[in-house]
Write a protein that binds this ligand. Structure first.
Ligand code: CA
Length: 339
């Protein structure tokens, strides 16, 4: 049996049919309240003749909303006659998490973006990962996985690629990132623990597909600025791939390209307490500069604990909630990339 045939999820759409189709991927889940029911994961497929396929995903983390809104807008506004090839839109990839507005699934506590390549006989989240890895990714030439900071983090809206060891792949990835055309973009070295193959981007890379991600903001909200960036960027990616006409590409003012490297780019809470940031998102900071303090309001006579940036850089990401546990990521930096 092929890997695709081992998936238990049943799409209502036919990926080879022409025109617009919308429906659900059925994930059968037998529970007390619904013995024979399925979890309805929404999917939209647009196809017009031969050509490349773009797989556009959001709701991989359920509390990241910018991509979910942008892909809904795209699913309704894009006409099959406009495109050449195919666009597959999966706006609520981890549907149970997205409906609950949580990063992880309320059913199995699964973090979809740490569940790849998945398991066809595993938990609900593992089954979704397996379906994306073995059914959807093989159909695609380019995969866009739209993230943001979720409930706990806020980003300056940006796009990203994973740095590839292979120079030819890296060149194609970099061209895709520049085509997206966000004001800010970065190349990830996996310093935040996502350098493993357990992410959707890892799955796309395993299959040799172009893969672009985003961090569109976060703190559990949607902003007009982030939406403008991602909606323009998605159409630019479709034009870059030849799915939309090349001349439809919207040129921006260029992309500031950053590197996000290893451990010294990340700042973590040294204590349990209340986080007071000393800098703002978008600030340029120096090595050794005060990053913030952890306060102990329960013993207000105890001095706050200061912590500092281990290197210079641009403040790309900041923790949102004040209440903080030791080990929480409070900031991460980016530094201007060489090329
Ligand atoms: Ca995310």
């Amino acid at each position: 049996m092929s890997d695709a045939a081992r998936s238990r999820l049943i799409p209502e759409v036919d990926f080879d049919a022409e025109g617009r189709q919308a429906g659900f991927v059925r994930l059968f889940h037998s529970v007390h309240s619904s013995a024979y029911g399925f979890i309805p994961i929404p999917i939209v497929v647009l196809k017009n003749g031969a050509g490349p396929t773009a797989l556009l995903v959001s709701g991989n983390h359920g509390d990241e909303y910018e991509g979910q809104v942008a892909l809904g807008n795209l699913a309704r506004s894009l006409e099959p006659a406009e495109i050449k090839g195919r666009v597959i839109i999966l706006p609520m990839a981890n549907y149970p998490a997205a409906m609950a507005g949580t990063r992880t699934s309320p059913i199995d506590a699964g973090n979809l973006n740490r569940s790849f390549p998945g398991d066809p006989d595993g938990s609900v989240t593992q089954q979704i990962a397996f379906f994306i890895e073995h059914v959807l990714i093989p159909l695609a030439d380019v995969v866009c996985d739209l993230h943001s900071g979720g409930s706990s983090l806020m980003y300056v809206p940006c796009a990203l690629i994973k740095r590839a060891a292979d120079a030819e792949r890296h060149g194609r990835q970099l061209a895709l990132l520049k085509a997206f055309g966000s004001p800010l973009a970065y190349m990830s070295g996996g310093g935040n623990g996502t350098g493993t193959d357990s992410t959707l981007m890892g799955g796309a890379e395993r299959a040799g597909k172009l893969a672009l991600g985003t961090e569109l903001g976060g703190s559990g909200q949607v902003t007009p600025a982030a939406l403008r960036i991602v909606e323009r960027g998605l159409r630019n990616v479709l034009a870059h791939m030849g799915i939309l006409p090349k001349e439809s590409r919207a040129r921006g003012d260029g992309t500031r390209l950053l590197d996000v490297g290893g451990a010294d780019y990340f700042v973590y809470a040294p204590e349990n307490g209340v986080f007071e940031p000393a800098v703002e998102l978008g600030d340029e900071v120096a090595k050794g500069q005060l990053a913030g303090r952890i306060h102990f309001p329960e013993t207000p006579w105890a001095p706050a604990v200061a912590f500092h940036f281990a290197r210079a850089g641009f403040v790309l990401c900041k923790r949102v909630p004040g209440r903080t546990m030791r080990g929480d990521c409070l900031f991460h930096l980016g530094t201007d990339a060489a090329a």
